[in-house]
Design a binder for this molecule. Structure first.
Ligand code: EPS
Length: 389
């Protein structure tokens, strides 16, 4: 049994839903655990007005009884509070037969709008953008909170921080510890480097003033990852490949890096790898350095797992300037105006943590198995004991 999940729901519909199948029985779960991560996803300077009223209220619809998982699918519903604040979206997003009076026919370059219309035969870009919206990541984060919970029972802790906002880069090169996460979350841009924070905020303010958007880079670090997740034996079992797909699937992500992937491409072999040492006191092998990002040959090494994600500037602009074509008149125009965030890079970190957690949890289950949480923990501990010599 390996964790899998499906999300459903549109950005301005009534709710998002996620079903998580494959969690072991007996795992303590309370709604607040999930709500904490959902609240973290809304953090960050540069989000649009919607974040101030979306409260991400969740309902545990199935799979949990008396605060513990049953081993059955866990179903979570996340209300879109805008739906309940006003009836603005009720007709626009109604599942009843009918048609909108205001089809969107000026697709935004860089969004799924035009290709989605072409692929699915739609004449209204809203039929595409409602699902393509990054609002969907709220459902993923709810699933990821459960994955993180499972991983914590075998000592895995995951954090993220923003290392670049537009052209403003964090300068410190030391890895934040898991205990630094509270301080990172307190930073308005979720940046660990206090000196870079101001430049990042200025970059967001400048883009906002000009009605523009900003991208950036986040780094996810997972500590305490067991040795041996993933495999070298086949392409689709390699943990770095699975992580790349999972993180690349996040809306607006255009690049994924494991460890120092892009930097080492310009170095020599003698400078690019992490020497293996024997830690006699703890009776284990350790690596000197983190260049490999905690994976070798598609298998986790037990060193900190490091994944970076590059997000392009959001394709929706508060002041649309990108040229497009009206799909009805075929005349040149600029894309339609939608309310939007200036940047979602601070939130990207939390979503990327989620995707890393979902991959690691599934792979930990593949390796250790167990129908109950106790069995899963016992199996993980017994494998670890075999490594002590
Ligand atoms: C989004 C556009 C904005 C974001 C939204 C994602 O929504 P709206 O167009 O309704 O203002 O706020 O993100 C969320 C609502 C969220 O919870 O993350 C987009 O087009 O991707």
């Amino acid at each position: 049994m390996v964790l899998r999940y499906l999300t459903a729901g549109e950005s301005h519909g009534k709710a998002l839903t996620v079903i998580v199948e494959g969690l072991p029985a007996g795992m303590p779960i309370v709604a607040e655990d999930i709500e904490t991560d959902l609240a973290r996803r809304r953090l960050g300077y540069g989000r649009g007005p919607r974040q101030r009223f979306e409260k991400d209220v969740i309902t545990l619809v199935g799979g949990v009884r008396h605060g513990r998982t049953l081993g059955s699918p866990v179903a979570i519903e996340i209300q879109n509070s805008e739906w309940f604040r006003s009836d603005k979206w009720h007709a626009e997003m109604s599942p009843e037969p009918g048609a909108t009076e205001t089809p969107l026919t000026q697709p935004r370059p860089g969004h799924a709008d035009l290709v989605g219309m072409q692929k699915y035969g739609f004449t209204d870009a809203r039929d595409v953008l409602e699902r393509a919206s990054a609002r969907e990541t709220a459902a993923r984060v709810a699933a990821g909170a459960l994955a993180k919970q499972l991983l914590r029972h075998i000592g895995v802790n995951i954090l993220s921080h923003v290392v670049q906002m537009g052209s403003a880069k964090a300068q410190n090169t030391s890895l934040p510890a898991f205990s630094d996460l509270a301080a990172i979350d307190e930073s308005e841009v979720r940046c660990f480097d206090k000196n870079a924070e101001e430049a990042m905020i200025t970059a967001i303010k400048d883009a906002a003033r000009e009605g523009d958007s900003l991208g950036g880079i986040v780094e996810v670090i997972a500590y305490g990852v067991p040795i041996g997740l993933g495999s070298h034996v086949h392409w689709d079992r390699k943990i770095d490949a699975m992580l790349a797909q999972a993180v690349m699937s996040i809306q607006a992500v255009k690049g994924v890096e494991i460890g120092d992937g892009f930097e080492t491409a310009g170095l020599r072999g003698s400078q690019s790898h992490d020497p293996i040492l024997w830690d006699a006191a703890n009776k284990k092998y350790v690596r000197e350095g983190h260049r490999s990002g905690g994976t070798e040959g598609g298998i986790t090494t037990g060193e900190p797992l490091i994944v970076r994600a590059a997000m392009k500037p959001l394709a929706t602009l508060n002041k649309p300037t990108l040229k497009t074509v009206d799909t009805v008149t075929k005349e040149e125009t600029v894309s339609f105006k939608e309310r939007t965030d200036v940047t979602a890079v601070p939130a990207l970190g939390v979503v990327a943590e989620t995707m890393v957690a979902l991959v690691l949890a599934a792979e930990a289950q593949r390796k250790f198995g167990g129908d109950s949480l106790a069995e899963f923990i016992r199996n993980a501990a017994s494998f670890e004991a075999t490594l002590e010599s």
